[in-house]
Design a protein around this ligand. Structure first.
Ligand code: FES
Length: 152
Protein backbone atom coordinates (compact mmCIF):
# COMPACT_ATOMS: atom_id res chain seq x y z
CA UNK A 1 0.00 0.00 0.00
CA UNK A 2 1.33 3.39 -0.95
CA UNK A 3 1.92 6.13 1.58
CA UNK A 4 1.89 9.91 1.12
CA UNK A 5 5.18 11.74 0.99
CA UNK A 6 6.00 15.44 0.75
CA UNK A 7 9.49 16.43 -0.34
CA UNK A 8 11.34 19.41 -1.64
CA UNK A 9 13.82 18.41 -4.32
CA UNK A 10 16.16 21.01 -5.81
CA UNK A 11 13.86 23.74 -4.54
CA UNK A 12 10.70 22.23 -6.00
CA UNK A 13 7.91 20.84 -3.81
CA UNK A 14 6.48 17.39 -4.54
CA UNK A 15 3.48 15.61 -3.09
CA UNK A 16 3.86 11.93 -3.88
CA UNK A 17 2.44 8.56 -3.08
CA UNK A 18 5.09 5.85 -2.76
CA UNK A 19 5.59 2.22 -1.80
CA UNK A 20 7.17 2.09 1.68
CA UNK A 21 10.09 0.06 0.31
CA UNK A 22 11.03 2.53 -2.42
CA UNK A 23 14.53 3.84 -1.85
CA UNK A 24 15.26 7.53 -2.11
CA UNK A 25 17.51 6.65 -5.06
CA UNK A 26 14.74 4.89 -6.98
CA UNK A 27 12.29 7.66 -6.16
CA UNK A 28 14.63 10.29 -7.58
CA UNK A 29 15.49 8.32 -10.71
CA UNK A 30 12.23 6.60 -11.49
CA UNK A 31 9.46 8.77 -10.04
CA UNK A 32 11.04 12.19 -10.51
CA UNK A 33 13.18 11.36 -13.55
CA UNK A 34 16.27 12.89 -11.92
CA UNK A 35 18.71 10.41 -13.42
CA UNK A 36 21.84 12.43 -12.63
CA UNK A 37 22.05 10.49 -9.37
CA UNK A 38 23.56 7.13 -10.28
CA UNK A 39 23.03 3.57 -9.10
CA UNK A 40 26.33 1.76 -8.83
CA UNK A 41 26.15 -0.98 -6.23
CA UNK A 42 22.72 -0.31 -4.63
CA UNK A 43 24.05 -1.37 -1.21
CA UNK A 44 26.07 1.50 0.21
CA UNK A 45 29.51 0.62 -1.09
CA UNK A 46 30.25 3.00 -3.98
CA UNK A 47 28.85 6.48 -3.32
CA UNK A 48 27.48 6.94 -6.87
CA UNK A 49 24.05 7.66 -5.36
CA UNK A 50 25.19 10.45 -3.01
CA UNK A 51 22.73 13.32 -2.53
CA UNK A 52 22.23 15.93 0.18
CA UNK A 53 19.34 15.66 2.63
CA UNK A 54 18.85 18.88 4.60
CA UNK A 55 22.44 19.68 3.67
CA UNK A 56 23.94 16.36 4.87
CA UNK A 57 25.30 13.85 2.41
CA UNK A 58 23.43 10.57 2.22
CA UNK A 59 23.79 7.39 0.18
CA UNK A 60 20.32 7.48 -1.34
CA UNK A 61 20.34 3.73 -2.09
CA UNK A 62 20.42 2.96 1.64
CA UNK A 63 17.53 5.18 2.58
CA UNK A 64 13.81 4.65 2.17
CA UNK A 65 12.10 7.62 0.56
CA UNK A 66 9.38 7.69 3.24
CA UNK A 67 12.03 8.43 5.88
CA UNK A 68 12.45 11.86 4.33
CA UNK A 69 8.96 13.28 4.62
CA UNK A 70 9.19 17.07 4.87
CA UNK A 71 12.91 17.16 4.10
CA UNK A 72 14.87 18.99 1.46
CA UNK A 73 16.87 16.99 -1.06
CA UNK A 74 19.56 18.34 -3.36
CA UNK A 75 20.80 16.27 -6.28
CA UNK A 76 23.48 16.99 -8.87
CA UNK A 77 20.76 18.61 -11.02
CA UNK A 78 20.20 21.18 -8.27
CA UNK A 79 23.79 22.38 -7.85
CA UNK A 80 24.16 24.70 -10.81
CA UNK A 81 22.61 28.15 -10.70
CA UNK A 82 20.80 28.22 -14.04
CA UNK A 83 23.51 28.10 -16.72
CA UNK A 84 26.23 28.80 -14.19
CA UNK A 85 27.94 25.69 -12.89
CA UNK A 86 28.60 25.29 -9.18
CA UNK A 87 32.27 26.10 -8.35
CA UNK A 88 32.86 22.41 -7.59
CA UNK A 89 31.50 21.42 -11.01
CA UNK A 90 33.81 24.01 -12.61
CA UNK A 91 36.76 22.62 -10.65
CA UNK A 92 36.06 19.03 -11.74
CA UNK A 93 36.04 20.20 -15.36
CA UNK A 94 39.20 22.26 -14.92
CA UNK A 95 41.13 19.44 -13.21
CA UNK A 96 39.72 16.53 -15.26
CA UNK A 97 38.25 15.02 -12.11
CA UNK A 98 36.67 12.15 -14.03
CA UNK A 99 37.17 9.72 -16.87
CA UNK A 100 34.02 7.75 -17.68
CA UNK A 101 31.93 10.11 -15.53
CA UNK A 102 29.62 7.53 -13.96
CA UNK A 103 30.72 8.23 -10.39
CA UNK A 104 31.03 11.98 -10.95
CA UNK A 105 27.63 13.18 -9.67
CA UNK A 106 28.21 11.33 -6.40
CA UNK A 107 31.82 12.51 -6.22
CA UNK A 108 30.73 16.12 -6.67
CA UNK A 109 27.94 15.90 -4.07
CA UNK A 110 30.44 14.46 -1.57
CA UNK A 111 33.07 17.02 -2.55
CA UNK A 112 30.68 19.91 -1.89
CA UNK A 113 29.87 18.43 1.54
CA UNK A 114 33.59 17.90 2.20
CA UNK A 115 34.38 21.59 1.78
CA UNK A 116 31.19 22.79 3.47
CA UNK A 117 31.81 20.62 6.54
CA UNK A 118 35.44 21.71 6.81
CA UNK A 119 37.09 18.40 5.91
CA UNK A 120 39.25 19.74 3.09
CA UNK A 121 42.16 20.93 5.23
CA UNK A 122 44.73 18.51 3.82
CA UNK A 123 45.02 15.90 1.09
CA UNK A 124 44.80 13.13 3.71
CA UNK A 125 41.65 14.64 5.19
CA UNK A 126 40.05 14.97 1.76
CA UNK A 127 40.94 11.38 0.85
CA UNK A 128 39.48 10.15 4.14
CA UNK A 129 36.23 12.08 3.69
CA UNK A 130 35.93 10.99 0.05
CA UNK A 131 36.80 7.34 0.73
CA UNK A 132 33.17 6.22 0.34
CA UNK A 133 33.10 7.43 -3.26
CA UNK A 134 34.70 4.85 -5.50
CA UNK A 135 36.09 5.73 -8.95
CA UNK A 136 36.91 2.67 -11.03
CA UNK A 137 38.87 4.81 -13.48
CA UNK A 138 41.11 5.95 -10.64
CA UNK A 139 40.71 9.70 -11.10
CA UNK A 140 41.40 10.26 -7.41
CA UNK A 141 44.41 12.56 -7.81
CA UNK A 142 42.45 14.94 -10.01
CA UNK A 143 39.39 14.78 -7.78
CA UNK A 144 41.51 15.80 -4.80
CA UNK A 145 43.05 18.61 -6.85
CA UNK A 146 39.58 19.90 -7.75
CA UNK A 147 38.51 19.90 -4.11
CA UNK A 148 41.68 21.69 -3.02
CA UNK A 149 41.11 24.31 -5.71
CA UNK A 150 37.58 25.08 -4.48
CA UNK A 151 38.64 25.07 -0.88
CA UNK A 152 41.40 27.64 -1.41
FE1 FES B 1 24.43 3.70 -3.33
FE2 FES B 1 26.49 2.41 -4.44
S1 FES B 1 24.56 2.90 -5.34
S2 FES B 1 26.43 3.42 -2.52
Amino acid sequence: EKVPLSLKVNGKKYKLSVEPRTTLLDLLRENLNLTGTKKGCDYGQCGACTVHVDGQRVNSCLSFAVMHDGQEITTIEGLADGDKLHPMQEAFVKHDGFQCGYCTPGQIMSAVACVREGHAGSEAEIREYMSGNICRCGAYTNIVAAIQDVKS
